[in-house]
Design a binder for this molecule. Structure first.
Ligand code: 5RP
Length: 226
């Protein structure tokens, strides 16, 4: 429950980055669920924004709360995106994709002038990698990519949904790759990006502008150094 309070506190704090008239990227996950609910309240009270969701689930939730949506085709430039993270390091590098939405999340983040990450204190780590790094792969390439990632030293598991492989919104598989602490994030990101069949990986490097990190009853605003 303490975590849930922290998640809500971080989400509440992120509302001050949202202005009338903006196009707002809407992330995915349980922390963002608080953000969507609070944003819905603001919209009911007259805030005029258009949202671009990073998952079908977030889109459905937003629509159910009366938040108007648009698309990247209509609005390829997003003013601000609010999203969660699985791990955050001191340089505001992230692991994302625990909820399986990393591909659309990274696309939306890349189209955003500002990416605001909301997180509870369990997400703060000195070095990324304890959380299994999600890698989205096309089904055809699963075995080949898995072997290559294992050769880099990771224990790799195909994400499952009951007795079937988990499918992303783009109908791909996810490999959860357990590296332990990752010494060289840039090198690993390059290796993964260069593997044919990898659609996207969950390392978000140099993307977060601000992290709102909740710790107990406080929310700290962390900004990336230049
Ligand atoms: C989904 C994500 C989420 O932002 C991440 O998994 C954090 O989720 P939660 O807020 O539920 O802890 O990257 O793909």
């Amino acid at each position: 429950m303490a975590n849930e309070h922290e998640k809500e506190a971080a989400a509440r704090e992120s509302l001050r980055f949202i202005q009338d008239g903006q196009v707002v990227g809407i992330g995915s996950g349980s922390t963002v669920a608080h953000f969507i609910r609070l944003l819905g309240d603001r919209v009911k009270n007259g805030l005029c924004i258009r949202g671009i969701p990073t998952s079908d689930h977030s889109g459905e939730r937003a629509v159910s709360l009366g938040i108007p949506l648009t698309t990247l085709d209509e609005c390829p430039e997003i003013d601000v995106t609010v999203d969660g993270a699985d791990e955050v390091d001191p340089q505001l590098r992230l692991i994302k994709g625990g909820g399986g939405a990393l591909l659309r999340e990274k696309i939306v983040a890349s189209a955003s002038k500002q990416l605001v990450i909301i997180a509870d204190s369990t997400k703060r780590v000195p070095v990324l990698g304890k959380f299994g790094l999600p890698v989205e792969v096309i089904k055809f390439a699963r075995a080949v990519v898995q072997k290559k990632i294992e050769a880099l030293g990771a224990r790799v598991a195909l994400r499952r949904n009951g007795d079937k492989p988990y499918l992303t919104d783009e109908n791909n598989y996810i490999l959860d790759c357990h590296f332990g602490e990752i010494a060289d994030l840039d090198w690993l990101a390059r290796q993964l990006s260069e593997m044919p069949g990898v659609v996207e990986h969950g390392l978000f490097i140099g993307m977060a502008s601000i992290v709102l990190m909740a710790e107990g009853s406080e929310v700290f605003e962390l900004r990336r150094g230049k």
